[in-house]
Design a protein around this ligand. Structure first.
Ligand code: ATP
Ligand code: MG
Length: 517
């Protein structure tokens, strides 16, 4: 182990010890302990006007908001769904809830009522916090009282500050978040307070957010990557972060990157793909770029180098874990990149391959905080080996002799064709090089001839100006045969308008497999 890595492991233990204390409180760790004059967030509106929002203002506004929430019946331990865009009051409401010792249940603004009901019912919530722009989605839910955040904020102006900071302790629950639903029904994940140590580790060692960086994680805080690393990570580390109050478009993303001189950017592969497909990135000059959530195809790594100022580094995690393996940027733990590898375990984790799956060594991963899904013991049991020694991710992968991990596929997505195990990602990485293709998803479907088990089929979204044809299909098949392997070429290529995705933009291959897309 290098000196840098050893120092990182010590630092991580220090954070973990502090945040695991039985008296730890979230508002103190996220806000009150920081210099009140430091900017917590640069709040950016869709028209690119911006406001600095300091830790002092956040402390004051969240104390008053907490008093108003208590007056509205919110109590310690309550699970409170919050449906708000990336606005000032979202942050104020969250810190207010944590002062009281309540649990935040994130709702994504792109959700329709069905996804909201699943989470509200799962949380047995009695109140929901939202605003006028989102309210129509929660009003139909009979069981809950809807609190309008602007009314709460107006009442808070004259309210006495709430002076307590609920000491929920390291094991106390801060958030109940749901997985993305890429493979089926989303699972509820309670996030304990001590997970803040893991989030700070990623922010510091993987993303390498430095004091003079302009940092922006464009992911939405309705999901793990956005909540953990656009809100909680920046707050616990006390470093300024951009919060852009709009959904993702390539144009607005480039506008923000350029206007604010962003130097450190994090986002999902789908964002980088959209930037590549049609944005003028000539004004973008990044020092660091990181990607998570889905496999990063090599073309995006190169696109970053050529057009964003730096390569895009692939990093890996789950809602249940936060980020755990990565091509880390911080000099203390960075190692040379290897093509196709998503890197090494973060400080605070040890990983291995168990039964083909990427797995975490429980005993040697002090930062591991997952203790089980909400009300789903049988799903929880699937996450651990029988002896409890390993956490199983349900993602298949490999590790080389030097400890570089690579992702093969989600266990469910592995294709079993004529005795071979084929990872869709490898085939997709080859196909996406073709100039006609914006996006492609590869799945296994039952062999109509009943011989090969499954056959490989590809679903392709074409760039404007291209149309699907038998010739193009043959060309794409040849590309895989020659550029990757004969056994994995797609027997059929479907040309489609779009791919089925989760609201966070992940391809749902199970829908393509089922054939009802
Ligand atoms: P669900 O569990 O509900 O099916 P999900 O697994 O997509 O949804 P998340 O927790 O948001 O929900 O995503 C974690 C998964 O995303 C990982 O298990 C892995 O399959 C994929 N993933 C995340 N980062 C990477 C990466 N860098 N490379 C490859 N896959 C990744
Ligand atoms: Mg999952």
């Amino acid at each position: 182990m290098t000196d840098g890595r050893q120092a990182a492991e010590r630092q991580v233990r220090e954070w973990l010890d502090e945040y695991s204390a039985p008296t730890a409180g979230a508002a103190h760790l996220l806000c009150d302990r920081h210099d009140p004059s430091t900017v917590a967030f640069t709040l950016v509106e869709p028209d690119l006007t911006s406001t600095p929002f300091t830790h002092g203002e956040l402390a004051d506004e969240s104390r008053r908001m907490a008093t108003v929430l208590v007056a509205n019946g919110v109590a310690r331990g309550d699970k409170v769904p919050v449906l708000l865009g990336k606005r000032r009051e979202l942050i104020v409401a969250l810190v207010a809830l944590w002062r009281i010792g309540a649990v935040h249940v994130p709702l994504f603004t792109a959700f329709a009522t069905g996804a909201i009901v699943l989470r509200v019912e799962g949380a047995s919530a009695s109140v929901v916090i939202t605003d006028a722009s989102q309210r129509s989605k929660v009003d139909p839910i009979d069981a809950v009282t809807v609190l309008d955040v602007d009314e709460l904020a107006a009442a808070a102006v004259d309210a006495e500050p709430f002076t307590d900071d609920a000491a929920i302790g390291g094991d106390g629950t801060l958030v109940q978040l749901y997985t993305s639903g890429t493979t089926g029904k989303p699972k509820g994940v309670p996030v304990p307070l001590r997970a803040l140590a893991a989030f700070q580790t990623y922010q510091h060692y993987s993303l390498d957010v430095a004091d003079d960086d302009v940092f922006w994680n464009a992911a939405d805080p309705g999901w793990a990557y956005g909540l953990y690393y656009a809100i909680l990570g920046p707050l616990v580390g006390g470093r300024t972060s951009l919060l852009f109050n709009a959904g993702f478009t390539p144009e607005s993303t480039v506008a923000v990157l350029t206007a604010f001189g962003v130097t450190n950017f994090a986002g999902a592969p789908t964002m980088y793909r959209a930037l590549r497909a049609g944005a003028d990135t000539s004004g973008v000059a990044l020092r660091r770029a990181s990607s998570a959530g889905e496999p990063l195809t090599p073309d995006i790594v190169e696109f970053g180098l050529a057009h964003l100022g730096t390569e895009v580094r692939d990093q890996y995690g789950q809602t249940e874990l936060g980020m755990v393996i990565g091509n880390h940027w911080h000099a203390d733990v960075a190692l040379p990149l290897r093509s196709g590898s998503m890197g090494q375990p973060m400080p605070g984790y040890a990983a291995g391959i168990v039964d083909g799956q990427i797995a975490l060594d429980v005993e040697n991963s002090p930062l591991l905080w997952f203790t089980g899904y909400d009300a789903a013991p049988e799903k929880t049991a699937e996450r651990f080996t029988k002896d409890g020694a390993w956490y199983l991710t349900a993602d298949t992968g490999k590790v080389d002799d030097d400890g570089y991990f690579s992702f093969t596929a989600r266990d469910d997505d592995v294709i079993l064709a004529a005795g071979y195990r084929i990872g869709p990602f490898d085939v997709e990485s080859v196909m996406v090089k073709h100039p006609s293709i914006i996006e492609v998803a590869v799945v296994g479907r039952p062999d109509p001839e009943g011989i090969r088990g499954e056959v490989v089929e590809a679903f392709v979204v074409l760039r404007e100006g291209f149309t699907g044809s038998d010739e193009l299909e043959a060309e794409l098949q040849a590309l895989v045969r020659d550029g990757y392997s004969k056994h994995a070429y797609p027997r059929r290529v479907h040309f489609v308008e779009s791919l089925p995705k989760t609201p966070s933009g992940k391809v749902q291959r199970f829908i393509l497999r089922r054939g009802d897309a």
